[in-house]
Design a protein around this ligand. Structure first.
Ligand code: ADP
Ligand code: GLC
Length: 474
């Protein structure tokens, strides 16, 4: 089974969020489980560490592209992750300071897709499956659906399209479609007067997946469907939910090179050292009996930051430290700064993206707060359980699938969750967690339950392998 995985980001080459973690880990896990001969294709960004690039394998990739201007394209080949990765180097589109956020993003990723398909052809061996991720790869899925009828190279290639976040669709004016080479695919791309890579991927893929079971159901309803729930209902026989795994080579308290000490479920001694180290990082008093409530996230409405803002004083009144790492909406950044000024001995804030600090927080914190409005899967709650940091989450999407409420009597469960999207419900759940934190035996049990879970990518990779085989049979 030969699979080409297309993604706009993948660790360690480029990351803004969970998609990067997933696309970095999945190809490796597929190879390790002998599930598929998987290769990754992604753009080469200005921000990509040049030390990760292996060799220049194609100096001049011919890409059929008529959207104005010449677009010289090269391809680098790297095996840094343990799986082959091809990085498309097209400075016209990708030599910019950021990964996303440009007016021509739809054109940039339409080009990326066309270049990826040109690359596969140039390599000479047709893939059995092209697996696209999120709207950025939808152009390739649409193109393959058309191409298989006239291009014998791709006649047996099937497609899988994974939704990581339906809210981001990459919408653009359908009048642009001819320029992008999709003059005949209006119906595939368009809905309600706009075109998008997301719509195209969903309409054209042989198989659709998303990153948790509950989210697979939620997106079929208007509340979470972002205007495409009708299409997902229509195609629900093709839609499955596969919960993401976590990459234990990267997120493992027993081997983590970023943290002050190593530990595991049997011996949590190192976690205390990590906690002190974390307090020092933020110039907070070394009061190790006080719980640390932490948050790592993009500071956007999806992540429930309005609840955190409203509840900030209650969080501090619980007696806890509050430590936040994130970047995003200005009002949330300003809020965090103001909170730190208000309680400098209890609050630690880092605004920006910092991979090492994310590891230190997972290891050093006691409680991880993730009150998302919606969450396709979510990775930090799973990293948290692995690090003995107890998640408090809202029961939505993947958070609901991966966090079970702690039941004192039975001794099962790995965290705390609440249903209603309200400050009151969140604070109640958080207080329950803080209360439990002071009962050492109960706390040890929750930590143990979480740390012993198997959330490995191996398991998810097996499910993707089944999906690829299902697609190949179509
Ligand atoms: P999403 O992809 O919606 O942002 P996930 O929970 O799936 O949510 O994944 C987020 C990933 O991004 C995690 O690996 C998390 O540690 C990381 N992350 C988010 N914000 C930051 C930040 N400011 N610094 C470092 N890592 C971050
Ligand atoms: C998206 C989602 C997040 C998910 C990640 C990886 O960014 O917001 O919930 O974990 O993709 O699938």
């Amino acid at each position: 089974m030969r699979v080409a995985i297309l993604s706009s980001e993948a660790v360690p080459y480029a990351k803004t969020g969970g998609l990067g973690d997933v696309a970095g880990a999945l190809p490796k896990a597929l190879r390790e489980t002998n599930g598929a001969d998987a290769a990754l294709i992604l753009p080469l960004y200005e921000t990509t560490d040049r030390n990760l690039l292996g060799s220049l394998i194609i100096d001049n990739l011919e890409v059929e592209w008529h959207a104005g201007g010449s677009t010289p394209t090269r391809v680098f080949y790297s095996t840094t992750t343990g799986a082959p990765a091809f990085l498309i180097d097209a400075p016209r589109y990708f030599a910019r300071p950021g990964i996303y956020g440009y007016r021509d993003d739809y054109e940039r990723f339409a080009f990326f897709c066309r270049a990826a398909l040109a690359l596969l052809k140039r390599l000479g061996n047709p893939p059995d499956v092209v697996h696209g991720n999120d709207w950025h790869s939808g152009f390739a899925i649409a193109e393959l659906a058309a191409r298989r009828h006239y291009d014998s190279f791709y006649s047996n290639t099937r497609t899988v399209f994974s939704i990581h976040n339906l809210a981001y669709q990459g919408a653009f004016d359908p009048a642009e479609l001819p320029r992008l080479g999709f003059a005949n695919e209006w119906q595939t791309f368009e809905t309600d007067g706009t075109a998008s890579g997301m719509k195209a991927g969903l309409a054209a893929a042989d198989v659709i997946s998303t990153v948790s079971r509950r989210y697979a159901l939620e997106i079929q309803m208007p509340e979470h469907g972002y205007g495409l729930d009708w299409l997902l209902r229509l195609r629900r026989d093709r839609l499955v939910g596969i919960t993401n795994g976590i990459d234990y080579d990267v997120w493992n308290p027993a081997t983590d090179p970023h943290t002050a000490a190593r530990y595991d479920a049997n011996d949590l001694g190192g976690k205390g050292i990590c906690k002190l180290d974390l307090l020092r990082q933020f110039n907070l008093p070394e009061e190790s009996a006080r719980p640390i409530v932490a948050s790592i996230s993009r500071l956007i409405p999806q992540k429930g930051y309005d609840l955190i803002r409203e509840a900030a004083v209650s969080i501090l009144e619980s007696g806890a430290f509050f430590i936040a790492l994130g970047s995003g909406a200005r009002e949330n950044e300003d809020f965090l700064q103001a909170l730190r000024d208000y309680a400098p001995h209890r609050v630690g804030v880092y605004l920006g993206f910092n991979e090492q600090l994310a590891h230190k927080i997972e290891a050093g914190a006691d409680i991880f707060l993730m009150p998302s409005l919606y969450e396709p899967c979510g990775l930090n709650q799973m990293y948290s359980t692995r690090y003995g940091t107890v998640p408090v989450v809202r029961a939505t999407g993947g958070l609901d699938d991966t966090v079970q409420n702690f039941d004192r009597a039975r001794g099962d469960g790995n965290g705390f969750k609440f249903e209603r999207y309200s400050t009151g419900a969140m604070v109640e759940s958080l207080y329950e967690a803080v209360y439990c934190y002071h009962d050492r035996e109960a706390w040890r049990k929750i930590q143990w339950n979480g740390m012993r879970e198997d959330n490995s990518w191996q398991r998810a990779a097996r499910r993707y392998t089944e999906l690829y085989h299902a697609a190949a049979r179509m």
